[in-house]
Ligand binder design. Structure first.
Ligand SMILES: CC(C)(COP(=O)(O)OP(=O)(O)OC[C@H]1O[C@@H](n2cnc3c(N)ncnc32)[C@H](O)[C@@H]1OP(=O)(O)O)[C@@H](O)C(=O)NCCC(=O)NCCS
Length: 193
């Protein structure tokens, strides 16, 4: 497949407005992409996206799927990004859009449109014949965006939660673990997945 980081630009516009430049994400983009995502996937707007967005998402996908990590630049500024992956199951190849974000200053200028088009082109080259994306149904900009792009057949997926400290059995287990580590004078290091 063509995974070169050849610039993908639009010709300059007659009215002199800035053109959008879509290219592969580079190592120097990792921190700016992470921070842009942090400003977009906020806990009040998108609790689910906020919970799972962290720098490891960006670094991990950059390491495993660099050709499906694209950024959009306008006048040298990071305007947006898309991070995806390919999933092969039996004889089917699926393209999965994991993260998509456009800076508020650049929204409604077809930047997400161009990022997704470029990503789908690359995924088609890799054999993808079906695309997937998931988002919060309350995220209307994203829902409208994906519907307009041709995504449909929505299936609802419900997230449930449980406060372990309030659970009859797990609450006692947490208290037991806390007492144990206090007795031993140790604290178990938090494990990353
Ligand atoms: C969703 C998002 C990526 C769209 O980016 P964008 O570059 O502004 O989108 P585009 O300019 O390509 O929009 C194309 C179409 O999407 C829909 N759309 C985009 N933003 C919208 C909004 N705020 N309200 C309603 N529809 C919207 C419209 O149909 C729009 O066409 P129109 O401008 O002719 O009405 C952007 O709003 C965003 O970054 N949101 C926060 C992050 C997020 O929710 N990501 C998706 C889940 S990972």
């Amino acid at each position: 497949m063509n995974s070169s980081s050849e610039p993908e630009t639009e010709p300059p516009t007659a009215n002199g407005s800035s053109s959008v430049f879509i290219r592969e994400m580079g190592v120097d983009d990792i921190a700016p992409v992470y921070h842009l995502g942090e400003s977009l996937f906020t806990s009040d707007l998108y609790p689910y996206l906020y919970r799972i967005w962290d720098e490891w998402e960006v670094i991990g996908l950059y390491n495993t799927d660099a050709e499906f990590c694209l950024v959009a630049e306008v006048d040298g500024q990071l305007a947006g990004f898309v991070l995806g992956t390919i999933i092969s199951k039996a004889s089917w190849v699926y393209g999965y859009i994991i993260w998509l974000g456009v800076s508020p200053a650049f929204q409604r200028r077809r930047i997400a449109d161009k990022l997704v088009d470029k990503l789908v082109e690359r995924m088609v080259e890799e054999g993808a014949r079906i695309m997937y994306v998931d988002t919060d149904p309350a995220n209307l900009p994203a829902m409208k965006f994906f519907n307009r792009k041709g995504f449909g057949n929505a299936r609802k997926h419900v997230f449930l939660s449980m406060n372990l400290t309030k659970h009859e059995y797990y609450g006692r287990l947490i208290a037991y673990e806390r007492d144990k580590s206090e007795r031993e004078g140790t604290r178990r290091p938090r494990r990353r997945q």
